[in-house]
Design a protein. Sequence first.
Length: 500
Amino acid sequence: MDLLSNIVLGLGVAMTPENLLYGLFGCFLGTAIGVLPGIGPIATISLLLPLTFVLPPLGGLIMLAGIYYGSQYGGSTTAILVNMPGETSAVVTCIDGYEMARQGRAGPALVIAALGSFFAGTVATVIIAVAAVPLADVALEFGPPEYAALMFLGLIASVVLANGVFLKALGMIFLGLLLGTIGTDVNSGAARYTFGFFELSEGLNFVPLAVGVFGITEILSNLERRHEDGVSTQKLSRLWLSREDIRRAAPAVARGTLMGSLLGLIPGGGIILSTFASYTLEKKISKQPESFGRGAIEGVAAPESANNAASQISFIPMLTLGIPPTASLAMMMWAMTVHGIRPGPQVMNSNPELFWGLIASMWIGNIMLVILNLPMIGLWVKLLHVPYRLLFPAILLFCAIGVYSVNTASFDIYLAVLLGLFGYMLRKSGCEPAPFLLGFIIGPLLEENLRRAMLISRGDPIIFMTRPVSAALICISAALLFMLVLPAFRRKRQEAFREA
């Protein structure tokens, strides 16, 4: 009964005209950036973070959430029509989706991608609503040792499952942790790593960091590799699915949803991993494995369902535990803290309208995305014809306005440019920025809880092993690190992320 009343409360809040408008704008923008390769939700959310300061907390979060999971929808459109994944998670969709388009079956491919994503998003929203309350109740029993161990596990998992070389991902985590220590030590009051800049006394501002490392870096990378070749698109014929298509795709959608719901909780590469895992599973259990890569509709249905389920399931650890599993959710978590809302188990009791309103908005957003994606396919394809030389000056302008508007300080603009150049060098070195951002966000929280745990135990680290939950979390972290030593795991890890 409590669950039903909470859902009714969330729907009542999410369906106000103002919040519906924020959700529609977020879904529209998310679909657009998913269609346009090379922009991505992380860069877009980083640019729009300053805008959320002047919006109501729930409205801003609904908009950012729409951008986040809307990009998963949009990425499939160009993957199917022009063999160009707008999002990394849509790479697998290209394999069979584009082959279906070449065979004149782009319509069924787009429909199953949209309907599979809608089904997966709906199931994931239900799972969030059901699992949130018991998980939050468990989290309320956590003390500083448990939270420190949980955050340590999140960092380890993001390193182990990050795209690229393990040592580089580990280095990015440590770099993020190091930058997270900049500012005034809350215990001693001493300035740390400010190098005489009073602007850094309260810590490195998150907005210049996010805009620089993701927004400006993305622009520089796109200018280097982008070309102005014309985009050829396949003509759309029949849009709806045949009975045979439904018979083959329905089980794949269900299995993809299950796979995404399980792997979406993994920090770092859970969304990408779920798409590869679901595609591999469908190919292995298929009675016609030779059809994969030649236009098998299961090869579109499963990964598209998996990536949307995973992207929404990843809200669970952020909302209930305060642990962001992805860089995009790390930005959303920071936006909540700006409004004085600390993500974690207390949110459900202290601000139930926000918590349940955000969950209800996800289901409404999935309906909006189905409506946006199918009738407006022609518009999304036309976006691909916009030359990037016209896009990047506008993006840079919004970067500068957004960064300056936070503190009205030109120092932040200089810092964003410097961090953008630094991020570009990291990208050229093959380093992924996502573990860096997670380290920056989780680092101060880890330090705070680690210090509290040490104060409780009077400096004895054995406290982490005498408490069952923290001991279990540390053992899991150790097991993940041990897996990296195994050659078979390293090989599978490289295969899973090779195309990403």
